[in-house]
Design a binder for this molecule. Structure first.
Ligand SMILES: *Cc1c(COP(=O)(O)O)cnc(C)c1O
Length: 350
């Protein structure tokens, strides 16, 4: 594929990837003397002595069925943080290429790039937390290998305008990564259905948030089959453990449960907004289509400390671009939210 050929780091074109025992023989029956496993059993239970499927075929079939994306366009990672890291390592030549990000946003794009000594270009979101497309176009060139757009965005909670995302997809010479970690809360928007339109599109989703599987560490990337091949080529051979592959398959059988929780979270979110907005300590509650609220206080530090000292822990985002005096508050259960409101109320004069 021309695009991958142009974008991939030069030395990876000649990489001979690790070939695991399970790559070289994919049958399931036989006497397996090829992987130096313990033939007697496992201290962890009877079948965990065997290496897991390096490409998570059963799990991918299940995800493909649920999400409606063909398995060849699917990569499953150890959290969506894994594909973020792999994309940077596959496509960005340290100290030559750069990634483009739109702060305030998820920090891992920048951290993963910095670990690889890949430069990060930043274009701040506009005052209403939308993409500044014109400025972005001005700084992109053939070294802009990856552009990360988070929608709904963490920590601001809003979706990016569809037109702006497609504008960037159409004008960018590199890959455009749309991080949809919170897509379950804003289901009408997913770009996972638009892979055929944009060969440079990568979509990230995670099972850590709405699905309630954060401890599993399971994220997905959807992309052109050739981009997926690159990720498979450089990933750790057995990146998803056997027990997690098996437990996730079982978990997906009740995936409908997630929808009820999503509804509950959205209802709770809308219910608590007016109360928070009415408090004298609060300057602004930003509109959210996610499972959290970004709240701007007149002074966030005493609020943060008061909450902490009462064992309510929220995320201090006050040092982020355009987030002065802002705290990011996850929507909890009704009881948890009432506790939060009570503590905030006790700091307000009315
Ligand atoms: C939580 C989050 C992730 C990471 O999710 P994992 O799959 O748990 O690694 C990625 N992107 C955004 C925007 C997030 O908020």
């Amino acid at each position: 594929m021309e695009l991958v050929e142009r974008l991939i780091r030069g030395h990876l074109k000649h990489l001979e990837p690790y070939s695991s025992a399970r790559d070289e023989y994919t049958g399931t029956k036989g006497v397996f003397l090829d992987a130096n496993e313990n033939p007697h059993g496992s201290v962890a239970g009877d079948k965990w002595n065997r290496y897991p499927d390096p490409y998570q075929r059963s799990l991918k079939l299940a995800v493909s069925g649920i999400k409606g994306v063909p398995t060849e366009n699917l990569f499953i990672g150890n959290g969506s943080d894994e594909p973020i890291d792999l994309l940077i390592r596959a496509f960005c030549e340290p100290s030559e290429d750069h990634i483009l990000v739109f702060p305030p946003t998820y920090k891992m794009y920048e951290v993963s790039a910095s670990i690889q000594n890949v430069q990060v270009k930043k274009i701040q979101l506009t005052d209403d937390f939308q993409l500044d497309v014109r400025t972005a176009k001005g700084v992109t060139d053939e070294h802009t290998k990856l552009t990360f757009i988070c929608s709904p965005n963490n920590p601001t909670g809003n979706k990016m305008r569809m037109r702006d995302i497609t504008d960037i997809l159409e004008s960018s010479k590199g890959l455009v990564v749309v991080d949809e970690a919170y897509i379950d809360f804003a289901p009408d928007l997913s770009f996972s259905k638009r892979l055929e339109e944009y060969e440079n599109l990568v979509v990230l989703q995670t099972f850590s948030k709405a699905w309630g599987m954060a401890a599993f560490r399971l994220g997905v990337a959807y992309a052109h089959a050739e981009v997926i091949k690159v990720l498979n080529m450089i990933k750790a051979p057995y990146n998803i453990s056997g027990p997690i592959q098996q437990q996730a398959l079982t978990a997906f059988l009740n995936f409908q449960k997630k929808n009820d929780w999503v509804t509950m979270v959205a209802e709770e979110r809308e219910k608590i907004i007016p109360g928070i907005e009415g408090m004298s300590i609060v300057k602004k509650v930003f509109p959210s289509e996610a499972n959290f609220l970004l709240v701007q206080f007149h002074e966030s530090e005493p609020v943060f400390n008061h909450l902490i000292s009462n064992q309510v822990i929220v995320r201090d985002r006050s040092s982020e671009a355009k987030c002065e005096n802002c705290l990011r508050i996850t929507i909890g259960t009704r009881d948890e939210n009432e506790r939060l409101l009570f503590l905030l109320q006790s700091l307000s004069d009315h």
